[in-house]
Design a protein around this ligand. Structure first.
Ligand code: PAF
Length: 278
């Protein structure tokens, strides 16, 4: 099977004209097994699988890693070809932002909590580019990993509120054998940091087990987990138990929870989460 690589919206639209429908996996490149899994989930859902590779400046803060974000286009294309992708959309910045992006998607207040508190403007940037990419690709379904849980919820809300004809399909987090959630940012870790990194998931699993075993003092769980991270050289931003539907503090009768964490290990910011059903 041929894989077409297109870089302009015009060429993309022309190529997709001959497809009855398509499923879409937006990415920022530097692809790993987590991305390939999204493709595996998407592929059976449509005649054509489209993957975009675009490092979106709009979702990076001024002090964040936009410039050094790994760009590995040739390698990515090989992986996509092996995964059976039909179309790669790899626009440059001028194609997506030919003029300053003055219109933007303003997500609900969900954008300001958790990651949004530490990365102001991030979800606005994500929602804006994803809406734009949806308008270019016009997929009938799109796959998003649950590692970025808040992103998944923001985009699910966007689709519902704007009545976009796109089904948002969540995918489970893919992990290394030692439990570390796969992420392009793992590549920033030194050897010693990489050995330490699985602690984040271990500690989330621990929190999940405590809750499953009846612990309801969530604050104690959160504080203990944050302290443990700090003791091991991390700079934690949050470890928190939330309701899965809206990431607010869990209601007494809420049964669907998620424990989320974000922490710096050296210069690298890692996030992860685990779901708990009571
Ligand atoms: O999850 C990502 O890689 C990005 O946030 C996305 C969805 C491709 C938008 O730039």
């Amino acid at each position: 099977m041929n894989m077409d690589i297109v870089t302009s919206v015009t060429a993309l639209r022309e190529r997709l004209q001959r497809e009855p429908n398509n499923v879409f996996v937006p990415t920022m490149g530097n692809l790993h097994e987590g991305h390939i899994d999204l493709i595996r989930i998407g592929k059976p859902k449509a005649a054509c699988t489209v993957v975009s590779i675009f490092v979106n400046r709009l979702q990076f803060g001024p002090k964040e890693d936009f410039e050094r974000y790994p760009r590995t286009f040739q390698n990515d294309c090989e992986k996509l070809r092996s995964a059976g992708v039909d179309v790669v959309f790899a626009p440059d910045e001028k194609e997506i932002y030919p003029e300053p992006q003055t219109f933007a998607v303003e997500p609900s207040d969900l954008q300001h909590i958790l990651d949004g508190e530490f990365r102001p403007g991030h979800f606005r940037g994500v929602a804006t580019v994803v809406l734009k990419l949806f308008n270019m690709v016009m997929p009938h379904a799109a796959i998003f990993g649950k590692k970025d849980y808040q992103q998944y919820l923001v985009l699910r809300d966007m689709v519902r509120q704007f009545a976009l004809p796109v089904e948002i399909i969540p995918a489970e987090t893919v992990r290394a054998a030692d439990g570390l959630a796969l992420s392009s940012r793992n590549g920033y870790l030194s050897q010693a940091e990489r050995a330490e990194a699985p602690r984040l998931y271990a500690l989330l699993r621990d929190a999940r087990d405590k809750i499953a075993n009846g612990e309801r003092n969530f604050q104690r769980i959160e504080l203990e987990a944050m302290a443990l991270l700090a003791q091991n050289g991390w700079v934690p931003q949050y470890v928190t138990v939330r309701g899965r539907a809206d990431l607010q503090a869990p209601e007494a009768q809420g049964r669907e929870l998620v424990v989320l964490a974000a922490a710096y290990l050296g210069k690298t910011r890692l996030i992860d989460n685990v779901e708990v059903t009571l």
